[in-house]
Design a binder for this molecule. Structure first.
Ligand code: NAD
Length: 501
């Protein structure tokens, strides 16, 4: 059965485009060596010319960050820095609509999602980092050795230094501020490289930081691509003290190689092939609604999204039918329309990749319960990178469709018979980012959640975040944890002081 997803009529024009997006170095807009075009995922229209940073611009950005680190910012007392970060949160809220417009134009995501998730979280990330640095403690020990010597040991926190912050396009501002706020809280200065697909909100944020009183050079922004462009120039730069990166696992691997000769620390939040497990005792209505959210939010372009769904056999048909029905109810359309639930994929190139997985799934013997292709949108939207929310059955864990990250609005359902089998199936992956367990049995919920080989294991919910809790992945999904004091561990270098008493 293939059901067409309804598209909404053209109700409003696209948000005002940003025409020229420049690098931001030492607080000033800076031209690049050339420009590249950014197109709207909504209708394919040209949105902006983006200035690509060359080696020289990256050198200037790193030098500016170094000077700011050695200036007042690096020496600012923690309490004062926390106050500045809270001012940034306030400034983000003052420029809320501008940030929403920038994010929506670049990604095509529904405006309501950009408001409720992306931009709201940007302000929250700064407030959370300010709170955490204000109360952060480090070790101190009164040491008494068997030979009678006594000493006071205590650690002091220092910034890691000039940090390269490289982020993807799916939640551009949210993921940038998730790194930027704790990096600045810890006294670092940064050079940010946003995705080539989403240059706008990072550029606007650099302006907002200046307005909030963050000194020039603390946050620099360079635009461009990875290999042979700003990304590579930054990760191989001798003036960069560490790299924090969110993106594909294969890019993480390239960045690791780039920093290896200089032995720089990395923090990686990478891809996922996340499982959900539905037991027959689950509240099925809640589970189906939760699965619809975890599969299709942001058009499946969230690293935490579910792509593998294991369902206990007695309820398999009910869950498959229920989820297909939810997928059919999604409304694709313009971001400004309040009824829109689902935007396009980020680009034609990414759509090509997702479609290639739909083809692969068919070759591997999948049944397509819903979707599986390109919707007809009409109303001038067919130049955009729209795709149908899709649901598959008939595959098993040996198929490539079940092993590789697709990063689109698609999941495949597989039946299981026992709890042990469900855990084994969920953990049968090279990734290890997130998992969800749906059950009414509380003991089972805890038991299964703890045995999931992932960084984040939810029970009867998904993507419910406490910003103080650890976030990150195992295996191909990343290195290290961010969130709360876990972020401070990456962004600071403790020095232990030992004083003989
Ligand atoms: P990507 O790896 O293609 O690009 C991410 C960033 O890295 C971009 O800014 C890009 O220009 C840059 N880059 C690419 N090659 C580089 C290189 N050789 N050197 C330096 N920089 C380079 O990822 P994407 O397609 O933008 O984002 C989607 C991916 O991000 C998915 O795999 C998704 O799972 C992952 N992701 C993970 C998390 C998480 O928290 N674990 C969150 C969001 C997205």
């Amino acid at each position: 059965m293939t059901t067409r997803t309804t598209s909404l009529p053209d109700t409003a024009p696209s948000p005002a485009p940003m025409r020229h997006v420049r690098n931001v170095i030492d607080g000033e807009p800076v031209d690049g060596v050339r420009t590249f075009a950014k197109h709207s995922p909504i209708d394919g229209a040209l949105l902006a010319d983006v200035h690509e940073a060359g080696r020289h611009e990256v050198d200037r950005a790193v030098a500016s960050a170094r000077a700011a680190l050695e200036g007042p910012w690096g020496r600012m007392p923690v309490g004062e820095r926390a106050t500045v970060l809270r001012r940034v949160a306030d400034a983000i809220e003052r420029r809320f609509d501008d940030l929403v417009a920038a994010e929506v134009a670049d990604t095509g995501k529904p405006e309501a999602l950009a408001r409720d998730l992306d931009v709201a979280r940007a302000a929250a990330n700064f407030r959370s980092a300010a709170d955490i640095i204000s109360t952060a403690a480090l070790d101190s020990y009164l040491t008494e050795l068997p030979d009678g010597r006594r000493a006071l040991n205590y650690a002091v926190r220092k910034p890691l230094g000039v940090v390269a912050v490289i982020v993807p396009w799916n939640l551009p501002l949210l993921l940038l501020t998730w790194k930027l706020a704790p990096a600045l809280a810890s006294g670092n200065t940064v050079v940010v490289k946003p995705s080539e697909e989403t240059p706008s909100s990072a550029t606007l944020l650099a302006e907002i930081l200046l307005e909030a009183g963050v000194p020039a050079g603390v946050m620099n922004v360079v635009h461009g691509f990875g290999a042979g462009s700003a990304g590579e120039f930054l990760t191989t730069h001798p003036g960069v003290d560490g790299v924090t990166f969110t993106g594909e696992s294969s890019t993480g691997s390239a960045i690791m190689r780039a920093v290896a000769p200089r032995v720089r620390p990395v923090s990686f939040e990478l891809g996922g092939k996340n499982a959900a497990v539905v037991f027959a005792d689950a509240d099925l209505d809640a589970a189906i609604a939760g699965l619809a959210r975890s599969t299709y939010l942001n058009t499946g372009q969230v690293c935490l999204c579910t792509e593998r769904i294991y369902v206990e056999r007695p309820v398999f048909d009910d869950v498959a039918a229920g989820l297909a029905e939810q997928a059919a109810r999604l409304r694709l359309g313009r971001p400004e329309n309040p009824a829109t639930t689902t935007g396009p994929l980020i680009s034609q190139q990414h759509r090509q990749k997702v479609l290639s997985y739909f083809d692969l799934a068919r070759q591997e013997g999948a049944n397509v319960l819903i979707g599986g292709g390109i919707p007809t949108m009409g109303d001038g939207l067919d130049g955009g990178s729209w795709i149908e929310p899709t649901l598959l059955t008939g595959l098993d864990n040996t198929h490539r469709t079940m092993r590789e990250e697709i990063f689109g609005p698609v999941a495949a359902l597989i039946a299981f018979d026992t709890e042990a089998e469900a855990i084994a199936l969920a953990n049968d992956t090279d990734y290890g980012l997130a998992a969800v367990t749906w059950t009414r049995d509380l003991s089972r919920g805890h038991r299964v959640a703890q045995r999931m080989r992932v960084g984040m294991s939810w029970v009867n919910t998904w993507y419910l975040r406490d910003l103080r809790s650890p976030f990150g992945g195992m295996g191909l999904s990343g290195i290290g944890r961010e969130g709360g004091h876990h972020s401070l561990e990456f962004y600071s270098e403790p020095t232990n002081v030992c004083v003989a008493l």
